[in-house]
Each structure stands twice: as structure tokens, then as C-alpha cells.
Design a protein around this ligand. Structure first.
Ligand code: ATP
Ligand code: MG
Length: 196
């Protein structure tokens, strides 16, 4: 199968993530999308949700969505999540699948700085999607990387997890920016300054 990996912090997961995944799946005939929340060590993070909570919110978001799954592998592996290490583990566990890694325009520009990007790009195809505020210029990437990034068109949405967290903290509405089930989870858990 062709699997699209959607990696991120997902603090919390929002409609931009889901639309990016859907665009990649549709444009490149992927069979499934696996959402993969990263494990980030506690001392590195601003006050947000825990790894377990980010995993559970991501599960709540895709629970009833066909062809979407959640992968807890980076929580399992722990420590700082380098994509090269995670991918090596996925290639080992699932030699039958072909993996594509979905990234927003901000991440595409940052790809040259990824740990062992040459080795990663030899085996992994990236799918880049647009994001308001970020130019998606493949020409700016090193030549070896340019051929390794496919593009997918999506309806651009100016939503970020940071903005969602801030809106919660100020008591503003985030309805339709995040899935209802995620909204309920956040309020139930008193995350991001909400009152349970
Ligand atoms: P934060 O504000 O905390 O950085 P974020 O909204 O950027 O959160 P991440 O978890 O950092 O979300 O991003 C995971 C992946 O999703 C990245 O590849 C990022 O580029 C992509 N992404 C996030 N938001 C959007 C969006 N609105 N449109 C397209 N891609 C997005
Ligand atoms: Mg981000």
C-alpha cells in the first residue's frame, strides 16, 4: 500500500492538518494516512498537552474517518523524534508498504536542515502542501531534494495549533477550526486554559 505519513506535534490537531492529509491522499492516490504525533521531551515544550494527550486528541480526530490511522511509534521510541530514526523503524516493520511524508510549506523550506536528510530522501518521497504565509519554492531546495518533493494542492487554511491554543486561552471560539471530538476532549481535560 501507499501510505502517507502526517507527522507533527498536533498540540492540538486542527483542520489544516486534516485538509493537508486529504489533499495528499487525493493527489497521489495514497491508500491510507497515518498521523504520527511526535514525542517531544517535557523540558523543551511550552505549556501544552502531554504526549499522551496529543496522541488521544489525534485519535479522537480520526476515529470515524475512513483510511486514517494514528501511529504512536514516536511516543514508543521516546526522546527527540528524528524522522530518519522513525522511518528506519517503519521500513523495518512494514517492508511491504511505500511511505510518503506529508509536509506543509513551512516544513518544506526547512527540509535541508533535517537530520540526515540525504539518506532520508533517498528512500522517502515528500508531499508538500501550501500554507498561508509560507512560499513553496522547490527551486530553493538543493537539487537532490527537488526531485524528491511532490506537490499537492489544498484549499489554503490559515490555522495553526499556536493560534488555536491562544484562542482557547483568550476564550475565543475555535469551532470549525478543530474537529468537535477534539474540542470536547480539550474542554473535558481543561487543556489550554479551558475550565473543565
Ligand atoms: P504549531 O503552531 O504548534 O507549530 P502547527 O499548526 O504548525 O502547530 P504542527 O504540528 O507543527 O502544526 O505541523 C505538523 C505538520 O502540518 C507540518 O508539516 C506543518 O507544515 C503542517 N501544517 C500545519 N498547519 C498547516 C496548515 N494550516 N496548512 C498546511 N499544512 C499545515
Ligand atoms: Mg508548526
Amino acid at each position: 500500500m501507499k501510505i502517507g505519513i502526517m507527522g507533527g506535534t498536533f498540540d492540538p490537531i486542527h483542520m489544516g492538518h486534516l485538509l493537508a492529509a486529504e489533499a495528499a491522499m487525493d493527489s497521489h492516490e495514497l491508500d491510507e494516512i497515518w498521523f504520527m504525533p511526535s514525542h517531544v521531551p517535557p523540558h523543551k515544550r511550552e505549556a501544552g498537552a502531554s504526549g499522551q494527550q496529543r496522541l488521544e486528541m489525534t485519535e479522537a480526530a480520526v476515529k470515524e474517518v475512513q483510511h486514517y490511522e494514528v501511529l504512536g511509534i514516536e511516543m514508543e521510541l521516546g526522546g527527540v523524534s528524528y524522522t530518519i530514526d522513525t522511518m528506519k523503524e517503519l521500513w523495518r516493520r512494514y517492508p511491504q508498504h511505500e511511505f510518503y511524508f506529508i509536509v506543509g510549506a513551512d516544513m518544506v523550506n526547512y527540509l535541508p536542515k533535517w537530520e540526515q536528510i540525504e539518506e532520508l530522501a533517498e528512500r522517502l518521497t515528500f508531499i508538500g502542501v501550501g500554507r498561508p504565509g509560507f512560499q513553496l519554492h522547490l527551486d530553493d531546495l538543493p537539487e537532490a531534494l527537488q526531485d524528491r518533493v511532490l506537490l499537492a494542492e489544498m484549499p489554503l487554511v490559515d490555522i495553526s495549533s499556536t493560534a488555536v491554543r491562544r484562542r482557547f486561552a483568550k476564550g475565543h471560539s475555535v469551532r470549525f477550526m478543530i474537529p468537535d471530538a477534539v474540542h470536547q476532549y480539550i474542554v473535558r481535560s481543561g487543556l489550554y486554559g479551558t475550565k473543565p
